[in-house]
Every structure is written in structure tokens, then in C-alpha cells.
Design a protein around this ligand. Structure first.
Ligand SMILES: C[S@@+](CC[C@H](N)C(=O)[O-])C[C@H]1O[C@@H](n2cnc3c(N)ncnc32)[C@H](O)[C@@H]1O
Length: 470
């Protein structure tokens, strides 16, 4: 079974949560209650609980369906009261669910299914796997939700516009109110737009940071509670007075503002604490990604650039999110006319140890170009080119011995259908076995072809032309 990925993006990062946790601990005596607006995936709710705030004193709210499914489940409200409209097949699946936790899980799995992009090869594959085994994935989600409920039991949740929450008079001086708003307007609407498959509209407009931040923050300053607001990237002059700490990485600043700076004077982290993110990717060389405005031509320049693991995995995550980590001996970016087309990882250890004559492709992903079919096939054209041999020999440094024979490449595919058209007529199938999870593991290999990268690109373009004629 596949690891179930995230459904929600844009959580409050852990460096932020650490500081907020100490602040909540610091304030708990005078302000034992907290309103967590824009609660998203409930990370700040968890932080508040960890800081010792009683779950019954926590009032979380948001306007997204994802947050509301979680919030309704954690706070014991019925899924039916969300009044979600499902497509017929999904409705049938939903009606089969036996209790609230299964119903909540069913909606989350439907949301995940709708988020996969059919055009992205890997995503389509994972989607199919989940779609074919929906109930199993729902049951797995049930376990996750039940575990989370242990943490969040007792909290309150309501679908509420932060514009109303921040002037809610219930939140007096014994309260903290947090707001971690979307960075870009419309982000969450897009994340949770599922077309006809799942329709839900609460009529509340997403917060627009550019248009609304200043006014709403000012309004919040006039309230009795202690307000804590996240602001990204930049501050205007007025806001600078209210910053109580900054999270800094090389290219990015996040600011936490408080509505009552004078009341935080004693807080140990008050005043522009700078925090460096350990894992920022500022060292990664940036390349533009090849996109639909670019034209592949037989004369386009093709270049393999040998990069370090961090750089390769950065681009791998960019092209295909969240596959988990992987290691290879050599990493390359494939650039076409200076723009990034693909990232690959290749092992040659067995070749230098004289156990094999073919290098082994560990992973490889490409950008998706709508004008061209099967861009992964173009990658395979490059990987079977004799020019790759030169590239590899250059990086198989310290020539462990000088008698190895590097004759070609091999690769493994995992597919549902027992064949992988990407490799047709390029690599030969050498073994195929059905795994316990139902997927076929197929090994392919080939000697290098006597065409350089440029000629490989031409051959691919020629093939595309012929495909179109068919
Ligand atoms: C950056 S996320 C918050 C993430 C959250 N702190 C976490 O760590 O899980 C922003 C959230 O603001 C919510 N939001 C957007 N407009 C809103 C509004 N007008 N009222 C309340 N919430 C809103 C979005 O649905 C989204 O969940």
C-alpha cells in the first residue's frame, strides 16, 4: 500500500511552534483560554495542548472543508451536518461507512483522490492504487483519526470567518487569539476545489493578506485578548512596532506580531529572536524548469550536470512531491537549453566491482510538458545514449579498476499492468514478478545505443511526430 500523503499544505513550521509553545506556557496563568483561528491542520491546537492549555479552553476555527472534517470529528459533531454534496459513486461509498470516524475518513480519502493530477504519471499511478483499494485506505485513515482524537478530545471547533472571530467579544483579557493566515489569496480554495466530485460551499471568502492584513490587524489591536499574528516576508512601518520575533532563513523572513507588545516585555523570546532554519536550500543551484512555452528542437542543447544529493533531491521533490528519501551514487540534472528537464540517480558500484556491465538507474523524473507525450520516454532515450557512458566514466572517479566494462543501463519499473510503455523498443524486459501489493516489478535493460544526446532528442521528436500522425 502507498504511504498516504498530505492533503493539507502550509502548516505552521516547527521553529514557530516552539516559540509559541513557550509563549503559551508563559501566559497560561493569566490567559488560560485560546482562540485559534485559521487552525488549518490543528498544529497550533496541538502546540496549545502541549503547553498545558486545557482542551476545553481551546476554540479552534477555520473555513476549509479539510479543517472542518477534522474539527467536527474531534469535537464530536456529525459529518452529515457539514452538508457535503458528493458525486454518485462517492456518495455510495460514503453511505456504506458504518460510523462517524469512517465517514470522516471517507471524505478525506475522496479529497486526496481528487487532488492527484492525472497528467503526472506517478500521481496517476498512486491515484489508481488508492482508488482500487478505497476501503482499505479509509480504514487506515480511521486509525490515524482515532489516534489524533486522543490528542484533541475536548476542544471546540466551529466554521468561522476570522474577520468575525477577531472581534468576538467573548475573547477578553483572559484569552490569546492566534491567526496564521494564508500567504497567498486563493491558495486554499484551489487546494480544496474538487469540481463536481465533492461540492461544499460555506459562503465565506478566503482571507486576502495583501488587501486585508493591515486593517484586520489594527482591528485586532483594539481587542482585549492578546493577539498573535503571523506575517510573511515583509513588514510595513506600522507593523514593525508589533513584531515580537522573527524567523529568519537566508531568503525568507517570517514575523510574528503581537497586538500587545508592551505585555510581552518579560517574555524571554521577546524582541527579534533570529532563528536559522537548519535545512534551508539556499545552497541549491537554481534552474528554471522547462515549461509549456518552451519548444524542444533537434538543435536544442542537452546537458547532464552532476550535482550533489541535496540538489538532486530538491528537484526530485519539486517534480514529484513527497516520494520519501532515496540514495544513489551519482545524481544528475538533465538540462535542455539550460532549463531543467529531468533529475536522475544512477548507481555504478556493481560495474566497478565487476559484478555487472550495466549502470543502474535508481530514480528518474521529468517535468510534465503538455505538448509532448511521455516525457519520461525522452529521459530513457538519454539514459540509453552512448554519451551517458562518457558522462558516467567522468564521475566514476578514482577508477577503482581500469578493466570494468560499462555497456549499458538497467532500470526497474513498478506497474499495475505488467508492462511499462515508457521503455518499449528502447530497453528489453528481463524479468517480471508480481509483488504482494499487486504491483509488478519489471526489470529492463539495454546496451547503450550509438546516438549522442542530441541525436537521442531528435529520435524522440521524430517519434512524437509519427505518433501524432497516427
Ligand atoms: C497557513 S494555514 C494555517 C495552518 C495552521 N496554522 C496549521 O499549522 O495547521 C491558513 C488557514 O487559513 C484558513 N482561512 C483562509 N481564509 C480564512 C478566513 N476568512 N477565516 C478563517 N480561516 C481562513 C485556510 O482555510 C487555512 O486553513
Amino acid at each position: 500500500m502507498q504511504q498516504l500523503d498530505k492533503i493539507f499544505y502550509g502548516i505552521t513550521p516547527s521553529e514557530h511552534r516552539k516559540i509559541l509553545r513557550s509563549l503559551f506556557e508563559n501566559e497560561i496563568k493569566n490567559r488560560p483560554n485560546i482562540a485559534i483561528t485559521t487552525c488549518g491542520e490543528f498544529h497550533l491546537v496541538k502546540t496549545a495542548i502541549e503547553a498545558g492549555i486545557k482542551p476545553t479552553n481551546i476554540y479552534a476555527s477555520d473555513i476549509s472543508l479539510y479543517s472542518s472534517v477534522l474539527g467536527y470529528f474531534f469535537s464530536g459533531k456529525k459529518m452529515a451536518s457539514l452538508k457535503i454534496k458528493l458525486r454518485e459513486d462517492y456518495q455510495e461509498l460514503y453511505d456504506k461507512q458504518i460510523d462517524e470516524v469512517h465517514r470522516a475518513s471517507c471524505i478525506l480519502i475522496i479529497m486526496k483522490l481528487q487532488q492527484f493530477k492525472e497528467k503526472v504519471y506517478y500521481e496517476a499511478q498512486i491515484k489508481k492504487e488508492i482508488n482500487d483499494n478505497k476501503q482499505e485506505y479509509i480504514d487506515r485513515m480511521v486509525k490515524r483519526l482515532e489516534k489524533s482524537k486522543e490528542v484533541f478530545k475536548g476542544i471546540h471547533y466551529e466554521i468561522k470567518d476570522l474577520r468575525d472571530e477577531l472581534v468576538n467579544e467573548k475573547y477578553d483579557k483572559k484569552w490569546i487569539l492566534t491567526c496564521d493566515p494564508p500567504m497567498y489569496s486563493g491558495d486554499y480554495q484551489k487546494m480544496f476545489d474538487f469540481g463536481d466530485a465533492l461540492v461544499w460551499d460555506n459562503g465565506i471568502k478566503e482571507f486576502d493578506l495583501k488587501e486585508e492584513y493591515k486593517n484586520l490587524f489594527n482591528l485586532s489591536r483594539k481587542q482585549k485578548y492578546l493577539g498573535l499574528w503571523l506575517k510573511y516576508k515583509e513588514l510595513d512601518e506600522m507593523e514593525q512596532k508589533y513584531v515580537f520575533y522573527v524567523i529568519e532563513s537566508k531568503k525568507k523572513y517570517d514575523y510574528w506580531l503581537t497586538t500587545k507588545p508592551q505585555e510581552l516585555k518579560q517574555f524571554i523570546y521577546n524582541n527579534l529572536i533570529k532563528y536559522k532554519k537548519p535545512d534551508d536550500f539556499s545552497g541549491v543551484k537554481r534552474f528554471k524548469l522547462l515549461n509549456d512555452e518552451d519548444e524542444l528542437k533537434p538543435t536544442s542543447e542537452v546537458r547532464f550536470v552532476n550535482v550533489d544529493r541535496d540538489t538532486a533531491l530538491y528537484y526530485r521533490d519539486l517534480l514529484v512531491h513527497r516520494l520519501g528519501t532515496v540514495g544513489a551514487e551519482h545524481y544528475f540534472l538533465i538540462l535542455i537549453d539550460g532549463k531543467l528537464f529531468s533529475v536522475v540517480g544512477i548507481n555504478t558500484g556493481d560495474v566497478t566491482k565487476l559484478r555487472a556491465t550495466r549502470a543502474y538507474q535508481i530514480f528518474g523524473m521529468t517535468v510534465v510538458l503538455n505538448k509532448y507525450r511521455k516525457t519520461t520516454r525522452l529521459m530513457m532515450y538519454f539514459l540509453t545514449s552512448i554519451e551517458l557512458k562518457k558522462v558516467l566514466i567522468r564521475v566514476m572517479s578514482n577508477n577503482k579498476n581500469r578493466i570494468y566494462d560499462l555497456a549499458g543501463i538497467k532500470s526497474t519499473s513498478f506497474t499495475r499492468f505488467g508492462r511499462d510503455k515508457t521503455n518499449a523498443n528502447l530497453l528489453k524486459k528481463v524479468s517480471k514478478e508480481k509483488q504482494k501489493d499487486g504491483l509488478y516489478k519489471i526489470q529492463y535493460e539495454s546496451d547503450f545505443y550509438h546516438r549522442n544526446f542530441q541525436q537521442s532528442l531528435s529520435a524522440y521528436l521524430e517519434e512524437q511526430k509519427n505518433d501524432q500522425k497516427k
